[in-house]
Structures are given as C-alpha cells and as structure tokens.
Design a protein around this ligand. Structure first.
Ligand code: F6R
Length: 584
C-alpha cells in the first residue's frame, strides 16, 4: 500500500526521505516521488518504478531543502503513470501533498472545486485534498485552522502529509497509520516506523482523528476539533530495525527459514492467560482475519470444537460489512492480523464494537491500529515480516491458537513445542527435492491443493501462497468436494497437491488422490507415509495428529518460493500486492 513520509530538521531532507521510502518498499507500490521546500518554493520529482530506478533516472535525492515529503504509490484512483504518482501540488504550486488511503467523497469535492475554477492534472483523489488545503489556507493563512477545516470536509480513510511553501509540515490521520519519529532537532512523519528507524527509535503513534504540525517551533498535535493533544514517546523495538536479508537471497526465504525459532516465541503466557479468561467468559465467539490470517482463523474452528468443546465462528473480515447482524450483542471477536493495519479487519472491529463486542487480538505489530482498538492483545513476536507473502506470521498465528486451545481444555493437548520446532527444522532441510519439483511446475497453469478437516485451511493457505508467489492459478479444495465439481477439471495437464498426513483423514484423502490419478493428473503427496499413488512424495516428520498443520505448510512455502525463482518473479514483492492492505 502507499507509504507516506515527511522530514523536518537540520539535514538535507531528500536523501533521508528516499532512504525511508526504500525501507518501506515491502508495503508494495508502483511509483515514487519526493517534494521539498527550498527558497520558499516547492520542488518536486516523481516517476513510475522502484525507488532505486526512479532515483537513478531523475535523482530524487538531489532536491535541495531541509524539509520535505515523499511517497510510494499503490494505485487506487487512476492508472500507474508519472502524473498520478505523488506528491501532488495544489493549483498555486504552493502546497504539495502525499496521501495513503481513499477519499470517498472526492468526486463531489472535485466537482465543487472545478466549478470554483480549480484545474486538475491527475486522476487521483489526492489532488482534491491539495486544492482544498490551498482554498482553506487562502481564507485564513493559518495552518491549524486549515487542517481543521479540511479534515471536516473529507470522507473515507486517510493519512496524509502536506508541505507548505515555507516548509511547514502538516499531517492528519483518519483510519490509516501515521507515526512521528522524534530525532535530535528533527521530526519524521511516516506510515511505518521503518521509514525512520535507522535515524531514531523514539516514536509517537498518532491517534485516529488527530493531526500534527511541524515547523520551527517544533511539534504540535491536535484533535480534529483543534484541542491540543499530549503526546507520549514510545521506544520502538530495535528488532523492527533488523530488516536485513543477511545471507539469504530474499526476505521470503529468510522468513520461511526462521520458523523453527519464531514458533517458540509466539505469544507470552500472561497475554495468553488473559485472552483465555475473556474467551471463557464470552457468550458467543467469532474469529476474523483476511487472507492468510483468515486461513489461520479457520484452524481454530477445528481445534476449539475438538479439544475445548467451544464453538467459534470464522468470518472473513471483508465480508462482515455485508452481514453486520451476524455479530450478536455482547459477544467476543478474536481478530488475527500480522500488520494490525488491514482496512478490512479494522472495519470488522468497528462493526463488532457496535454490538458491544470484546475485541481480542493476535497481532505482530504491537503498536498497530488494531492493538489500539483491542481489549486484549497477544503478540506474534515473530519479528518484522518483510516478504509480502505471509509465512512465519502464519505459523506463529497457528502456534498461538494451539496455545489458547490447550489452555481452554486445561492442558489436554500439551504440545511439545521443542519437538514441533525440531520437526519444522527437519521439514526445512528438504530444499533440493523442492527445487527440482519447482522446475517441473514452471510451465504448468493450474495447481489444486486438497485437504480434509484440519488440513483444509492448510490447502487454502497453500493455494494462496502458490498463486501469490508464482502467479499460477491455484485452488484449495476440501477433499470430499472433489466429486461435487472439481473432478471435472482433472486431466494430464494438472498437478494436485494432497495434504495427507497419517491421521484420521488419511484413507479418505488417499481415495480422492486415486480418483484424481485415474484422470491423468499428477499427484504431489505431502505426508509422513509413502504411497505409490504419489508421483512426488514430500516427506514430513511424524508428529502428534493435531499438530500436522504446523509442518505441512512449510514445504509448500518453499515450493512457492522456488517456483517464483523458476518463473523469474520477485518472491519478496509479488506484482499488484501490498504487505499492509490499508485500503478497502
Ligand atoms: C498472504 C498475505 C495476505 C495477508 C492479508 C492480511 O500471503 O500476506 O493475504 O495475510 O492481507 O494481512 P494482515 O495479516 O496484515 O491483516
């Protein structure tokens, strides 16, 4: 998603902004730009492409001035073009803006501005904010007043940073992240702590519906109604500065490889005890998330019903707005999210709050918007996940769900976490076989993944990883549904991964595999038990029946990674995707 950044200090702004934007690349983007103030003028450069490419061609970091703003754009309104790239200036050229989010009423605002003589260059909703700010500023010449007036006119969700021609920065937050980095004689305004973590680890997490002004007098924070807000500086964990690939070719491979250790760090006992207490007291339980986090939430349905005899209903976050009444009054919503910033989960939380629901979150970014909105927070503690495809965060989410379930059933599961960690390490030893298989998959167009029971959510997650990283069409299917439709798709051009550990689902899944093989499709079996049906057998270690999901996703993460390399796609930054999906 779009990243915004601003700098006001004593050093040249542009190189600092470009570095900050590079650090936030993982969030996903298609174009980049920087604007600075020098000699009472706004100067601006931007273009389509990666930060490094655009910088090489137009020298973003050559812009003079000690205050400035920068942006990486993930297109929402308007195509990926130089003109649509941010920053955008107002008609007078005296104001420039970078923005993350969506302005829902931009059409009506634009029409009004056009009728008043304003001209627009781009197709973006952002340019509307720039011109509104110009119009409001021309009335009072007061930045604070201008911000109050402007935010009162905007609908949607946004975080933006504006630079005025005297260098003053103003930024506002409404349901999109905005963090201030506080350095020596300098301030940073950013979507993510990574935008400034190399320069300072002192951060102020701006609350929703607050705005910030930075000028020669320093930093001031206000509510949207203009009341001054006291701020608190938080030390950002240095862990989140540790975003280097080390010896690994890609973040994705590094993050897959970290799992034996990250699984052990998932959730701390106090947090888990607290979440368990709330779950035990709750009348009705729901669990929600998006993408991979939703796949994790589906596992909880199987675990909690089997071991804790509790009903929990998984809901896709983005679907909740269309069935808000499905949340009963005074119920409990467990929310799973790596980033804690996905717009869909934040909306789900708002909807649940209207039914007076308790919000219990399982999240990696402990200072995220989701954490702020939650009654209880359990941390994934898996460190920064930079690769766009969720890998280690998924297994950490599962580990926490196992730990919660185990507490709920008074220790009836007793997972041996050291053994799980060793088994994950063992599964990770299999690179050479998986690399070879990735070569075989290079030119195929369709992969299906089959699993039953607890393994069905893993089949869904496996298909998600494959499509994201390889752009091959992939689908996760519950084994029993095969004959109800998908069997029609099976022929010699198709590969089917069957998730088939030696547990209660084994023989039914093997029957499905036979039916598929009879139609000519190739079978990749992920199992601890060999079978002649498999054209390719990926062995996983034997483990307690309920814990297989933690192992069986690992070879598929590796397969998706190596297939991406074979297909020459970038596994860390798949096309069209963003790490933090902060727009609806
Ligand atoms: C898949 C993936 C996405 C995220 C989804 C939710 O690999 O990364 O599907 O899982 O966008 O993101 P969070 O967990 O940050 O809310």
């Amino acid at each position: 998603m779009c990243s915004i950044i601003g700098y006001y200090g004593k050093n040249l702004a542009a190189p600092i902004l470009v570095k900050g934007l590079e650090k936030m690349e993982y969030r996903g983007y298609d174009s980049v730009g920087v604007a600075t103030k020098s000699e009472n003028k706004i100067m601006l450069k931007k273009g389509v492409g990666k930060v490094i490419q655009v910088n090489e061609s137009v020298h973003l970091d050559d812009l003079p001035g000690i205050s400035g703003i920068g942006h990486t754009r993930w297109a929402t309104h308007g195509k990926v073009t130089d003109i649509n790239a941010h920053p955008h200036t107002s008609n007078s050229g005296k104001i420039a803006i970078v923005h993350n989010g969506i302005i829902e009423n931009y059409n009506e605002l634009k029409e009004k501005l056009v009728s008043e003589g304003f001209k627009f260059q781009s197709e973006t909703d952002t340019e509307v904010i720039a011109n509104l700010i110009q119009q409001n500023f021309e009335k009072t010449s007061n930045v604070k007043q201008t911000m109050m007036e402007t935010v009162s006119m905007l609908k949607g969700h946004y975080a933006f940073v504006v630079i005025f021609e005297n260098g003053t920065l103003a930024a506002a937050r409404f349901h999109e992240p905005l963090i201030v980095g506080v350095g020596k004689n300098s301030h940073y305004l950013s979507s993510d702590v990574l935008g400034f973590i190399e320069r300072t680890d002192d951060a102020i997490y701006i609350d929703n519906e607050d705005f910030v002004l930075v000028d020669d007098t320093g930093l001031n924070i206000y509510n949207f109604d203009g009341t001054s807000v006291k701020h608190q500086i938080t030390k950002v964990s240095k862990e989140f500065a540790d975003v280097y690939k080390g010896d690994y070719a890609h973040f994705t491979l590094k993050e897959i490889s970290e799992q034996p250790e990250t699984i052990l760090r998932a959730g701390n006992d106090t947090q888990i005890d607290e979440i368990v207490r709330h779950i035990e007291d709750s009348k009705t339980l729901y669990i929600t998330g998006s993408g991979t986090s939703y796949n994790a939430s589906r596992i909880s349905k199987y675990l909690m019903s089997k071991f804790a005899k509790l009903k929990i209903e998984p809901i896709i976050s983005s679907e909740l707005p269309f069935a808000p009444d499905s949340i009963e009054n005074d119920s409990t919503l467990v929310v799973i999210s790596q980033s804690g910033e996905s717009a869909d989960i934040l909306e789900a939380v708002q909807i649940a709050r209207q039914s007076n629901a308790k919000i219990l979150s399982i999240v990696n970014h402990l200072n995220s918007s989701l954490s702020q909105e939650s009654d209880v927070v359990v941390g994934l503690n898996c460190g920064p996940e930079i690769g766009v495809a969720a890998t280690k965060s998924f297994t950490s989410q599962l580990a926490i769900l196992y730990k919660i379930t185990d507490r709920l059933c008074n220790g009836c599961m007793k997972p041996d976490w050291n053994n799980v960690s060793k088994s994950v390490s063992k599964t990770l030893e299999n690179h050479s076989q998986i690399k070879k298989l990735a070569k075989t998959l290079k030119d195929i167009t369709d992969i299906y993944v089959l699993g039953r029971g607890l393994h069905f959510p893993i089949a869904k997650e496996a298909a998600l990883k494959l499509k994201e990283l390889t752009y091959i069409h992939a689908e996760g299917i519950p084994g029993g549904e095969l004959k109800h439709g998908p069997l029609a798709l099976m022929d010699e051009n198709v590969f089917v991964i069957i998730i088939n550990p030696d547990d209660s689902t084994y023989s039914d899944t093997l029957t499905s595999a036979n039916e598929i093989k009879a139609r000519g499709a190739k079978i990749i079996g992920i199992s601890d038990k060999k079978s002649d049906i498999y054209d390719y057998w990926i062995e996983i270690p034997r483990i307690d029946e309920s814990l297989y999901p933690l192992l069986e996703i690992i070879p598929i993460q590796l397969l998706a990674y190596y297939s991406a390399l074979e297909k020459d796609t970038d596994p860390d930054y798949p096309r069209n995707l963003a790490k933090s999906v902060t727009v609806k």
